[in-house]
Design a protein around this ligand. Structure first.
Ligand SMILES: *Cc1c(COP(=O)(O)O)cnc(C)c1O
Length: 246
């Protein structure tokens, strides 16, 4: 692999650079409309399905935060990019048996939606001597019955505080805030407004828990309007992933 991705693949760099400029423009416009400071909104580049070379290009363009949703892809990519000073976000659904691996490279885990997962991450973080910021993933889909949360995961909003308590009980873990994916159907604004309310409840109890991770390529303006502090953006930065990954 070339040590000079900027010159070795200038075409890809130019493409990502123009996507990033356009994205920053979208964020700036949405912040202006919402009366918010763009400095308060962090872009997480979701690099799933894209190679480590793209992560290097993003880092070279000033992106500091990257996100992945599958451990088997994320672990080698994070190792490959170990020399870059990046914050790694794990944004996908997480099985407890992957907690050990994720605790090695992730700085922020967005998808903590049950006590058992908090306990597994806590014990693995302590074993690795690492401190992980954990977000409570909230299920915002009123259509999905409790206990049948569908493929996207998340805890019922009414149980969010108890998951936050489970995170807080673990040495090695910090309650960072909340994360959600807008429901496939319905108005994302209503969903993100609900998320903001849950976030406020958690922050009342844990003042450091300021993160609201919401908003993807298609709905980031709405998320900004409703207080998102972290956007998780894949497609708008790196291009269409095709039908392989949901
Ligand atoms: C893939 C993914 C994203 C990014 O989605 P885009 O629509 O490509 O911006 C955000 N959040 C999660 C949890 C994801 O899995």
């Amino acid at each position: 692999m070339s040590g000079h991705p900027d010159t070795a693949d200038g075409g890809r760099r130019d493409q990502i650079r123009s996507h990033l400029l356009a994205l920053r423009e979208r964020v700036a416009t949405a912040c202006e409309k919402a009366g918010r400071d763009p400095e308060d909104v962090t872009i997480i580049a979701v690099t799933k399905t894209y190679p480590a070379s793209d992560v290097r290009i993003l880092a070279g363009l000033g992106v500091t935060d990257v996100g992945e949703n599958r451990d088997q892809e994320a672990a080698p990519k994070a190792a490959d990019c170990d020399d870059l000073d990046l914050t790694w976000h794990f944004v996908g659904q997480l099985q407890t048996n992957k907690a050990r691996s994720v605790a090695r490279y992730a700085d922020v885990v967005h998808s903590v939606d049950r006590d058992r997962l908090a306990r597994a991450l806590g014990s693995r973080a302590r074993a690795e001597g690492r401190q992980l910021t954990c977000l409570v993933q909230i299920n915002l889909d009123p259509e999905s019955a409790v206990g049948e949360l569908g493929p996207r995961g998340g805890v019922d909003p009414r149980d969010a505080l108890s998951v936050a308590e489970a995170i807080d009980a673990e040495e090695g873990l910090t309650v960072g805030g909340v994360m959600a994916v807008a429901p496939r159907q319905g108005d994302p604004g209503t969903a993100f407004a609900r998320l903001f309310q849950v976030a406020s409840d958690i922050r009342d109890r844990y003042p450091q828990a300021r993160v609201i991770s919401a908003g993807m390529s298609g709905d980031l303006e709405t998320a900004i309007e409703h207080g998102a502090t972290h956007l998780r953006v894949g497609t708008a930065l790196l291009g269409d992933r095709g039908p392989i990954v949901g």
